[in-house]
Ligand binder design. Structure first.
Ligand SMILES: *Cc1c(COP(=O)(O)O)cnc(C)c1O
Length: 371
């Protein structure tokens, strides 16, 4: 069996370091925030071009607090992509704002800045580009438009730790950036986790207050806040894992390069690394109009796969909105109907990638005979 991800293999490769870090937290018994979280924040800030980092309990909480810190609320519009995980849109709704969608670029699968201007209104308060699958959105044209209108830009970098846009790391590309440390993400905790990264000390201060009940000191509440604290154990685990992140990212990139090579001219569309990007391949998604036939062949061969995501957010039942319907974002809708994510993690072996590609090639040629 080839799993889609293998968190256990990664744990075993760093077991001694992790076990020691966990034991130290148990001994100190600093379970909510505490010194390990504070150290992780400094180290992750250094990793993200020295921006300030505030650790929270999930990527969704990071998005929620980033929007609140930026002053987004009821009556405001927030522009984003319909081709994302629903958390991006959920966070916009949490603050009472209205999501407005812009279709995606057919090559990068990220928000198409060429279509941005027509989605802006006098109510537009923020834009959330999502660095989908680990590839940064095209930020320069997006930021130019946002700056000229005083609109805040928040990166959804939940899938893009260490990715680069024109040589600059995600987390440092806009006003605020939100990361997820969900276990399956490129930098994953052993539980839930997230962070907001920003160069704006006022935003950082507000987010620090909001994540822990708005408390400026014990039982003095300056803002109505949340219980969004990062756990001490997760801070300690993330510190260990951050030290390995660049090596793991290079392994993901090497795996992607091997997939690219072995699937060249196979009949499926492989991901395109844009000229401005360092893609970190959180997801390696191929495209075929015969996705479900391919999925069946993979399952029969004992190979797990993912679909990120089968339905764009504007067509999800929970996020339906009378302003939008089928056909409104044709690029996102077409691509959502064709993507399939192949196994991708740093510990994936060459022989496993060869096996996956063999199944894809065989299935695609069998499909060609059928039609
Ligand atoms: C994972 C993810 C989130 C949410 O992060 P959680 O830590 O699961 O709350 C938000 N946006 C995107 C694009 C994601 O992939």
């Amino acid at each position: 069996m080839i799993p889609y991800v293998d968190l256990k293999a990664q744990y075993h490769s760093i077991k001694a370091e992790i076990d020691a870090a966990i034991a130290a937290v148990l001994e100190s018994s600093q379970f909510a925030l505490g010194p390990e979280v504070a150290e992780f924040e400094k180290e992750f800030a250094a990793y993200c071009a020295n921006r300030e980092t505030v650790g929270v309990n999930s990527g969704t909480s990071a998005l929620h607090l980033a929007l609140l810190a930026a002053g987004v609320g009821p009556g405001d519009e927030v522009v984003t992509t319909p081709f994302t995980f629903v958390a991006t849109v959920a966070a916009i709704q949490y603050v009472g704002a209205t999501p407005v969608y812009v279709d995606i670029d057919p090559e990068s699968y990220n928000l198409d800045p060429g279509r941005l201007e027509s989605a802006l209104t006098s109510k537009t308060k923020a834009i959330i580009p999502v660095h989908l699958y680990g590839q940064p959105a095209d930020m320069t044209p997006l930021l130019d438009i946002a700056r000229s209108r005083g609109i805040v830009v928040i990166e959804d970098a939940a899938q893009a730790h260490g990715a680069e846009y024109k040589g600059q790391r995600t987390g440092s590309l806009a006003d605020l950036a939100c990361f997820s440390f969900y276990p399956g993400k490129n930098l994953g905790a052993y539980g839930e986790g997230g962070a907001v990264v920003t160069a704006n000390p006022e935003f950082a201060k507000t987010i620090r207050l909001l994540r822990s009940w708005g408390e400026s000191r014990r039982y003095y509440h300056d803002l109505p806040g949340f219980n969004y604290r990062m756990e001490g154990l997760q801070g300690a685990i993330l510190r260990v894992k951050l030290r390995h992140l660049e090596r793991w990212t290079e392994a993901r990139r090497a795996n992607a390069a091997l997939y690219d090579l072995l699937l060249k001219d196979s009949g499926v569309v492989t991901p395109r690394e844009m000229p401005y990007a360092r893609h970190v391949y959180h997801v390696y998604a191929i495209r075929t109009p015969h996705r479900y036939a391919l999925a069946e062949a993979l399952t029969a061969a004992g190979i797990q796969y993912g679909i990120h995501y089968p339905i764009p957010v504007h067509l999800q039942r929970a996020y339906r909105d009378s302003r939008y319907g089928e056909g409104d974002f044709p690029v996102a809708e077409r691509i959502a109907g064709e993507v399939l994510s192949l196994p991708m993690y740093p510990e994936l072996q060459r022989s496993q990638i060869e096996q996956v590609c063999e199944v894809v090639r065989q299935q695609v040629s069998a499909q060609a005979l059928r039609v």
